[in-house]
Design a protein around this ligand. Structure first.
Ligand SMILES: CC(C)(COP(=O)(O)OP(=O)(O)OC[C@H]1O[C@@H](n2cnc3c(N)ncnc32)[C@H](O)[C@@H]1OP(=O)(O)O)[C@@H](O)C(=O)NCCC(=O)NCCS
Length: 177
């Protein structure tokens, strides 16, 4: 039997976001293998191998897209430049996580990806609230979230960073549709 699984696709001016596939693993491993990327996320360990990236892709294949989402961020010319996803956190609320590979920083890709994803959240995923957080030593991530419409809740939590193997003060934010 042949089953065709269709995951959502989000198109923005320069980017296409779609479910990650095995062929992305090399690019994901190379970009997320940068400690400056992994160390600003909760989930990405360091070192981060191609096997780790393939395992992440396999996990994405098994996602319940009603509750969680995982997108490869593909630039129309440069291929995969990052990842963006929503995980279920406290009280069943989706929490946004994302990263852009260092060669592609400061070109507005994260802002474009987050804005595009939030349009999808509201229109297609039909969720009204998204949480996010950024490590206090990562103001660029806060800037991206502010530009996309997130507001600071005032809550600062200690969150683990797998790559740093340490808990890190995290400024929590919320977005309401
Ligand atoms: C944070 C990150 C996603 C930003 O991606 P990006 O594509 O470079 O982001 P954008 O270009 O859309 O926007 C970056 C903004 O941060 C600003 N910025 C960059 N460095 C900054 C700094 N040190 N302090 C304050 N703002 C900074 C930029 O000026 C820009 O804002 P502007 O457009 O108002 O000028 C990227 O650096 C990254 O993936 N880092 C590692 C992983 C990570 O931090 N993930 C987010 C976890 S919450």
């Amino acid at each position: 039997m042949c089953s065709i699984e269709v995951t959502p696709v989000i198109a923005t001016e320069r980017l296409v976001m779609r479910g990650p596939v095995r062929a992305d693993a090399m690019a994901i491993a190379k970009l997320a293998g940068d400690p400056g990327v992994a160390g600003q996320t909760v989930c990405v360990p360091h070192p981060y191998s191609r096997d780790d990236a393939e395992a992440a892709v396999e996990r994405a294949y098994r996602l319940d897209w009603e509750r969680e989402a995982e997108f490869a961020i593909e630039h129309r010319n440069f291929g995969v430049v990052g990842m963006l996803g929503f995980k279920v956190r406290e009280l069943g609320r989706p929490e946004l996580g994302y990263w852009i590979g260092r060669p592609f920083w400061n070109r507005g890709y994260a802002t474009e990806a987050v804005r595009g994803a939030l349009k999808w959240v509201k229109r297609d995923w039909r969720k009204r609230l998204v949480m996010a957080g950024h490590f206090a030593d990562n103001p660029a991530a806060g800037q991206v979230l502010c530009k996309a419409g997130f507001l600071y809740t005032g809550d600062v939590r200690l969150k683990p960073s797998r790559a740093r193997a340490a808990e890190t003060p995290t400024r929590m934010m919320v977005w309401l549709a």
